[in-house]
Design a protein around this ligand. Structure first.
Ligand SMILES: [Zn+2]
Ligand SMILES: [Zn+2]
Length: 316
């Protein structure tokens, strides 16, 4: 039996990316020229270089070629185009009203991070998806097969104007019989992915919910969403800095990573999507402050100052 691996199975899908076949629609923001951007936008001062990996870490277990900005540009196939620039979240399977409300927070964060419209779709059922029951923590947990969710549910739901769609579920997932579980899986070629949030929450581990554990679950959900959406836009695992795009072999490893994009990953997405960097930090600061994420809000304010913008006023 293989142990569970990795937060996402997206890298397995890279080799299946369609060659050619670029969408011929006009780019949403064709005027962006990153070479003319102020260097301060990509200052590394507030970022830590990636440390040497320890045994068991993602980089130790999964050697991958690094992806520079120069390598990213010609390889990025998914780009926001006129009439195809909306990010979709699709709730999958049973969710409580509280869990559904959390999707609105994720939707808002997507809009802030990628400066594209994001929508939550009507919920879709998992009734026809292959499942298996596993004993864990003294109870039986039903798990759903990710490949089946991609093929028989999400593939048929992708809206015309979607740049990509993420299925989000509170069900536990597995990608094939030999794996214990998986956090998610994506098909970049089809611009769809499915991610489970259930293991981010204390209830799954039989632990009590506290304000602190719920905030941790929120941060994990937000980081996963940005990481996976970054993959959808062709950004590979980051090896230069501690960054939200670092690969993670476990929840413990990903909990050590920041929620932010490093300067290199930021530049890739700025080139691809065309968001305004200081405006993005300002929106991030507002989002974090409103959600009680004080350390992240403070960080965003520092980056904003670094970009030569007036730091936002402290909420009183
Ligand atoms: Zn990944
Ligand atoms: Zn990075």
């Amino acid at each position: 039996m293989r142990l569970a691996l990795g937060l996402c199975l997206v890298m397995l899908a890279w080799c299946g990316l369609a060659r050619g076949g670029q969408d011929a629609r006009a780019l949403l923001r064709p005027q962006v020229r990153v070479e003319a951007d102020p260097p301060s936008w990509y200052s590394p001062a507030l970022f830590r270089p990636m440390p040497r990996p320890k045994p068991g870490d993602w980089m130790a277990e999964h050697p991958e070629p690094p992806q520079s900005f120069e390598q990213y540009v010609p390889a990025a196939r998914v780009r926001p185009r006129v009439g195809r620039h909306t990010l979709y979240l699709c709730p999958l399977g049973a969710m409580s009203p509280q869990e559904q409300a959390r999707l609105d927070v994720l939707r808002e964060y997507l809009e802030v991070c990628f400066a594209l419209p994001a929508r939550v779709m009507p919920p879709a059922g998992l009734d026809r998806v292959t499942t298996r029951d596993r004993r864990m923590f003294g109870r039986t947990v039903r798990q759903y097969l990710t490949t089946d969710i991609l093929d028989s549910v999400l593939q048929h739901l992708l809206p015309q104007d979607a740049v990509c769609m993420m299925g989000v579920t509170m069900a536990d997932l597995y990608p094939e019989e030999s794996w214990n579980y998986v956090f998610g899986q994506a098909s970049l070629e089809r611009r769809i992915g499915v991610y489970s949030l259930v293991r981010f929450y204390p209830a799954f581990w039989g632990e009590a919910e506290t304000a602190e554990s719920l905030l941790k679950a929120l941060k994990r959900s937000l980081a996963t969403l940005v990481h996976e959406t970054g993959h959808m836009f062709g950004v590979q695992h980051c090896q230069r800095y501690e960054c939200v795009m670092n690969g993670s072999n476990s929840l413990a490893e990903s909990d050590l990573r920041p929620i932010h994009l490093c300067p290199e990953c930021l530049k890739k997405l700025r080139w691809n999507i065309g968001f305004d960097v200081p405006a993005r930090y300002e929106a991030l600061h507002k989002f974090y402050a409103a959600r009680g994420m004080a350390a992240e809000a403070e960080w965003a304010a520092k980056r904003l100052a670094e970009c030569g913008q007036k730091p936002p006023a402290k909420a009183g």
